[in-house]
Design a protein around this ligand. Structure first.
Ligand SMILES: [Zn+2]
Length: 287
């Protein structure tokens, strides 16, 4: 085991290949989280509403016993359970040629894409960091942010179940300033990240009467700030705004986005957070 860890730290080719395989497996798990977590939260909120209003008002609650493990993966169209080998990252999708083995309905191309992108993110991470423990922390950071980006894109939600543990873990990893330089930088990063977007939200609401962001965005930037420190928040905000504007312009030109329709900000914050942790100091040398 020690020899394997030694090889991982010293041999870049071994590290890249191992990271790719691990990343694709984690990507397969992220597909499950991104699909199931919002449904689990919806069920939980409905239960809480029912408890609050009592029996006089019936709230539709379904998906009893639905969690990350149960039921086993099945086709959303014919409900047939999928064979275990079709869950193998990427190759499973290729073996079944992108169709359900029972009813032959198309399986979304997004599943293998998420696996490939996670694998690519892990490769990039292992190119930037070679210490095993540091890299394990980076893998967790990258995976959480990528899952949040996809969930926000699908549902406009950034679940506390991911953002808050990510924030605590960021502070914990930086007790000796691993990524941010010092614990003080991390604590300030979390506080300033939250307050900056919170203030922007209220300013926007005061001027326009509309809500421009959600509280999930504040918590997400707080979590990112805890990991990379307050100094790097400038780079995250700049990069996420640029990415968001480019996305909105492309969507408007292609006709996919109607005027006045909101776009989620989380995917751009998350993307900028990943890029900044990996390439931080080289992004905007002026800051
Ligand atoms: Zn099917």
């Amino acid at each position: 085991m020690n020899e394997l860890l030694e090889l991982f730290s010293t041999n870049i080719y071994f590290r890249l290949v191992a990271s790719l395989i691990l990343g694709m497996c984690i990507g397969s798990f992220l597909n499950v989280v991104v699909y199931r977590l919002p449904i689990m939260l919806d069920t939980m909120w409905r239960r809480q509403c029912q408890e609050l209003v009592g029996d006089e008002c019936k709230i539709n609650i379904n998906n009893n016993g639905f969690n990350l493990m149960k039921p086993a993966s099945h086709c959303p169209n014919c409900k047939a359970y999928v064979p275990w080998w079709s869950n193998v990252p990427l190759f499973g999708y290729l073996f079944i040629r992108g169709r359900c083995v029972s009813c032959h309905s198309k399986v979304s191309l997004r599943y293998p894409i998420v696996e490939i992108v996670t694998g690519a993110l892990f490769i990039l991470s292992s190119y930037c960091y070679n210490n095993v423990l540091t890299l394990a922390a980076v893998f967790v950071y990258v995976s959480c942010l990528f899952a949040l980006m996809l969930i926000d894109l699908d549902t406009f939600l950034l679940p506390d179940e991911i953002t808050l543990p990510l924030l605590w873990l960021g502070l914990l990893c930086n007790i000796n300033g691993l990524f941010s330089g010092s614990l003080a930088n991390s604590v300030c990063g979390a506080v300033i990240g939250y307050i900056f977007l919170w203030a922007l939200y209220w300013l926007f609401k005061f001027i326009t009467g509309k809500e421009g962001m959600g509280y999930g965005d504040f918590k997400l930037l707080a979590a990112i700030g805890a990991w990379i420190g307050w100094q790097n928040l400038v780079s995250v905000l700049l990069l996420s705004s640029i990415l968001g504007i480019i996305y909105a312009v492309i969507m408007r030109i292609s006709g996919s986005l109607e005027s006045g329709k909101p776009i989620p900000f989380g995917p751009f914050l998350g993307g900028a957070g990943i890029i900044t942790l990996l390439f931080g100091a080289h992004l905007f040398p002026i800051f």
